[in-house]
Design a protein around this ligand. Structure first.
Ligand code: NAD
Length: 454
C-alpha cells in the first residue's frame, strides 16, 4: 500500500487517539535510543566528526529530554481545556479540545541530523499523529541509524523513515499531508511552502538567518568571549542559532579580540586542526563556500584549513565590508566577522539591513541596553549574556519569525503545534434567553444593553 494511504488507514483505525498507545510508543523509542546511544554518536562522527560530547548534549540527551517532557505532560496537555464562557452563550461550559492533525511529514537538515529528525517527530507522536520523516542525504550514516531505530520501534503505519535526497523530498512534498514540518534553509523553505499551498497544508518552517551578537563596553570581557567562542565553535559553527557576526563596542574591541583568541587557544589549542573537539564541515561544497568567504578579508586569527578533511579552524575577521559575500548570507561555519559600533544607531543600521534572524544575543551589564537589544528588533529568540542556550529550555517555544521561519516547537509548544485546537461550547438547557431570536424588535434600551454582551 502507498505510504500515505497506509498511515491514513492506521490513523483512521484510531490507535493514536489512545494516550497510553502514544506513551508506550514513546517509551519504546526512549529505550531504543538509550540502547544505541554510542552507535548514534559513532554515526554522527562518521558523517562529519561531531565531537561525542556535543552529540551527547545536543542530539541524544536533547531528544531523550524531549521524550520525557512529552511523556510527563501528555495526559494533561491532551485533556479538554476548560475556558471561561461569556454572556452570549450563557448558560454554557466551554472547552478547547486538542485533536491530532493526521499525517505529518518531517523533513530534516544535516547539521543536527538526529535531533532535528527526532524532536519534531516526538511532538507529532505525542499529539497523536502519524509521521513520515525524511532525514538529510548529507549525513548518510545518521540517516541510516535513524531509519533503523524507526523500523525497530514503530509500525510503518505509525512512523516511517524515507531516506533520499531532493527528488525524494519533492516526491513527498507533492502529497496531501495534514502538516509539513521543515527544518532547513530559507531558500528550500520557500519551495516547501509553495508545494504545501497546493494542498492547503499548514507548514512549520524552521529556517536560518544572520544572528547578531552585540557586546557592550561594560561586560566581563573574558566570560563573554568564552561564551561566544563556545556558541560559535559548537558543531563548527554549523548551528542555526550560532552567533553569525559580532557587534562590539569600539572602546573594547582590541581587548575583546584578544580575549576571543585566548579562549579559542585555551579550548582548541594553538593548532586547531589537532583538536578532537571541533567538528568538520559537512561536505566539500559547504567547505568551499566557507573558504571562499575568506578571500580578500582581514583575518585577525585562524584562517587555517585542511582540504582533505573539510576542516576550517575558528576564524576571526576584522570589519568585513557589509557588501562582501560573508555579510550577505548566513555563514553557517566557524568564521566570525567582528564589526565595531559606537552607539545604538550604528547597531540599528547594521541589524536593520537583514531579514529577521532566528536568534540574537546581547552581552551587557546594563539592563536598559539589554532590554533595548531584545525588544528593538524582530528575531526568533535569544539570550542575554550568553549564546545558544535558549534552545536548552523546553519551556521556551523555539522558532523563527519572518524569513527565519513560521511556527515554534519543543515541549508544550510542540504538542500544541501538532494539535488542532477545537473550540467546543456545551450549552445548558435550563434557561433560553429570548434576546437573539427574531422578530428583532427589542426596545432600544434593551438593544443597547445587548450590544454590551458581545
Ligand atoms: P537544506 O534546505 O538544503 O535541506 C534541508 C532538507 O531539505 C534536506 O532534507 C534536503 O534533502 C531537502 N531539500 C533540499 N533541497 C530541496 C529541494 N529543492 N526541494 C525539496 N527538498 C529539498 O538545508 P541544510 O543545508 O540541510 O541545513 C542548513 C540550513 O538549515 C541553514 O540555513 C540553517 O540555518 C537551517 N537550520 C535551521 C534550524 C532551525 O531550527 N530553525 C535548524 C537547523 C538548521
Amino acid at each position: 500500500m502507498e505510504l500515505l494511504e497506509r498511515q491514513k488507514a492506521f490513523f483512521l483505525a484510531e490507535h493514536t487517539r489512545d494516550f497510553s498507545f502514544r506513551k508506550k510508543a514513546l517509551r519504546r523509542l526512549k529505550k531504543e535510543i538509550i540502547a544505541r546511544e554510542d552507535a548514534i554518536a559513532d554515526a554522527i562522527y562518521a558523517d562529519f566528526k561531531k565531537p561525542r560530547f556535543e552529540t551527547f548534549i545536543a542530539e541524544t540527551q536533547f531528544v531523550l529530554a524531549e521524550i520525557n517532557v512529552q511523556l510527563n505532560n501528555l495526559d494533561f496537555w491532551a485533556k479538554p481545556e476548560k475556558v471561561a464562557g461569556n454572556w452570549a452563550n450563557f448558560p454554557s461550559k466551554n472547552y478547547i479540545y486538542r485533536e491530532p492533525l493526521g499525517q505529518v511529514l518531517v523533513i530534516a537538515p544535516w547539521n543536527y541530523p538526529f535531533q532535528l529528525t527526532m524532536a519534531p517527530m516526538i511532538g507529532a507522536l505525542a499529539a497523536g499523529n502519524t509521521v513520515v520523516v525524511k532525514p538529510s542525504e548529507l549525513t548518510p550514516n545518521t540517516s541510516s541509524i535513524v531509519a533503523e531505530i524507526i523500523e525497530n520501534v514503530f509500525d510503518p503505519g505509525h512512523v516511517t523513515a524515507v531516506q533520499g535526497g531532493i527528488e525524494v523530498s519533492q516526491e513527498l512534498l507533492s502529497k496531501p499531508w495534514n502538516h509539513i514540518f521543515f527544518t532547513g534553509s530559507t531558500q528550500v523553505g520557500r519551495i516547501v511552502y509553495q508545494s504545501a499551498a497546493k494542498h492547503l497544508t499548514p507548514v512549520t518552517l524552521e529556517l536560518g538567518g544572520k544572528n547578531p551578537c552585540v557586546v557592550d563596553k561594560n561586560v566581563d570581557v573574558n566570560l563573554a568571549a568564552k561564551r561566544i567562542v563556545w556558541g560559535k565553535a559548537l558543531n563548527a559553527g554549523q548551528t542555526c542559532i550560532a552567533p553569525d557576526y559580532l557587534l562590539v563596542h569600539q572602546s573594547i574591541k582590541d581587548k575583546f579580540v584578544a580575549a576571543l583568541i585566548r579562549n579559542i587557544q585555551k579550548s582548541y589549542g594553538e593548532n586547531q586542526s589537532a583538536s578532537k573537539d571541533l567538528a568538520r564541515i559537512v561536505s566539500q561544497k559547504h567547505y568551499k563556500r566557507l573558504r571562499s568567504f575568506l578571500e580578500g578579508q582581514q583575518i585577525l586569527y585562524g584562517g587555517n584549513s585542511v582540504d582533505e578533511d573539510f576542516f576550517i579552524g575558528l576564524t576571526l575577521l576584522d570589519e568585513p565590508s557589509l557588501e562582501s559575500p560573508i555579510m550577505q548570507e548566513e555563514i553557517f561555519g566557524p568564521i566570525l566577522p567582528i564589526l565595531s559600533y559606537s552607539n545604538e544607531a550604528d547597531i540599528a543600521q547594521i541589524i536593520g539591513r537583514y531579514e529577521k534572524p532566528l536568534a540574537a544575543y546581547v552581552f551587557s551589564g546594563k539592563r536598559a541596553f539589554q532590554k533595548w537589544c531584545m525588544t528593538q528588533f524582530g528575531f526568533g529568540g535569544g539570550v542575554i549574556n550568553d549564546s545558544v542556550l535558549q534552545i536548552a529550555n523546553k519551556n521556551l517555544p523555539f522558532g523563527g519569525v519572518g524569513h527565519s521561519g513560521i511556527g515554534a516547537y519543543h515541549g508544550k509548544a510542540s504538542f500544541d503545534l501538532f494539535s488542532h485546537k477545537k473550540g467546543i461550547v456545551k450549552r445548558g438547557n435550563w434557561i433560553d434567553p429570548p434576546l437573539r431570536y427574531a422578530p428583532y424588535n427589542l426596545p432600544d434600551r434593551i438593544a443597547k444593553w445587548v450590544k454590551h454582551l458581545f
